[in-house]
Design a protein around this ligand. Structure first.
Ligand SMILES: NC(=O)c1ccc[n+]([C@@H]2O[C@H](COP(=O)([O-])OP(=O)(O)OC[C@H]3O[C@@H](n4cnc5c(N)ncnc54)[C@H](OP(=O)(O)O)[C@@H]3O)[C@@H](O)[C@H]2O)c1
Length: 247
């Protein structure tokens, strides 16, 4: 099926913006959403006329519903949620309130977006919802695990639950589970250079993997395979060994 109408919540930078370029390059009508839509102002992408940028905090359920409904009035084939917030254990120790934005965006926001997207797609009898989680969400009993990992574990489970609910209505749900992707945000989190991250993948390659999985309507898209294999191996280790590994 040709994808003609694409909305990306979290499409103003990184993986989401790469996906916006991908679909716009294939002639789709594309909306990118983020808290700061001005981030994409001036990009050649916006000169296209079929690409629009919208201010939307995914944690605001009413705003998400309004933005999705407005775009969907002209059609909605694909809704991709890449919006995400990161925090680690050290940040939480400094400020326990640091967990709230992570949960509001990665868990609550995903549900807001999927609810709004599903409503529009159910009315049209077709569509495809996509959540971008993280390979951190597949790690079990990971000693360095944080609320971020937990939120992405929840995102994977939420995507799986929506898939079951929407399967009878021909609406697909893909959960994307990436390892490290060399985005500006990842570099910022790593002092400007993420090259030391294991099996780091370029933004372009990640976008190609995700777009291919969407085209096949895959249920899950986990990459890179080396990181996936490592995580599966680590999950098999007894807890005591995992603790040793983290020292
Ligand atoms: N890069 C990696 O190595 C990696 C690995 C695994 C998983 N992921 C996941 O992949 C997704 C994209 O990551 P990325 O590296 O491309 O990050 P990014 O460049 O920071 O992109 C995040 C996008 O989400 C938007 N966003 C953040 N908070 C939002 C909110 N409350 N409401 C609406 N939009 C919001 C941002 O725009 P505004 O700032 O304008 O709101 C931006 O467009 C995230 O969910 C991340 O957890 C990334």
């Amino acid at each position: 099926m040709t994808v003609q109408h694409v909305m990306i919540i979290g499409g103003t930078s990184g993986i989401g913006l790469g996906l916006a370029r991908h679909y716009a390059g294939r002639g789709a009508r594309v909306a990118v959403c983020g808290r700061h839509p001005d981030k994409v102002a001036g990009l050649p992408l916006l000169r296209d006329g079929r690409v629009t940028a919208h201010a939307c905090d995914i944690a605001d359920r009413d705003r998400v519903a309004a933005v999705v409904a407005e775009f969907a009035a002209g059609g909605l084939d694909l809704l991709i949620v890449t919006a995400g917030q990161y925090t680690d254990a050290a940040a939480i120790a400094r400020d326990p309130a640091a967990t709230l934005p992570v949960l509001r965006v990665n868990v609550g926001g995903l549900d807001h977006a999927f609810s709004a997207g599903a409503e529009a797609m159910l009315a049209r009898g077709h569509g495809h919802l996509v959540a971008v989680a993280s390979i951190a969400g597949l790690q079990r009993d990971y000693p360095g695990g944080s609320v971020y990992s937990a939120s992405k574990r929840a995102a994977i489970a939420i995507g799986d639950a929506w898939r079951k609910a929407l399967a009878p209505f021909a609406i697909a749900v893909t959960v994307v589970v990436p390892g490290y992707v060399d985005t500006a945000r990842l570099r910022e989190l790593n002092g400007g250079d993420a090259s030391g991250k294991p099996f780091l993948m370029s933004e372009d390659e990640a976008v190609q993997r995700i777009a291919a999985a969407i085209a096949r309507r895959d249920e899950r898209c986990v990459f890179p395979w080396q990181m996936h294999a490592l995580v599966r191996l680590f999950n098999l280790l007894p807890l005591a060994l995992k603790r040793l590994r983290s020292k």
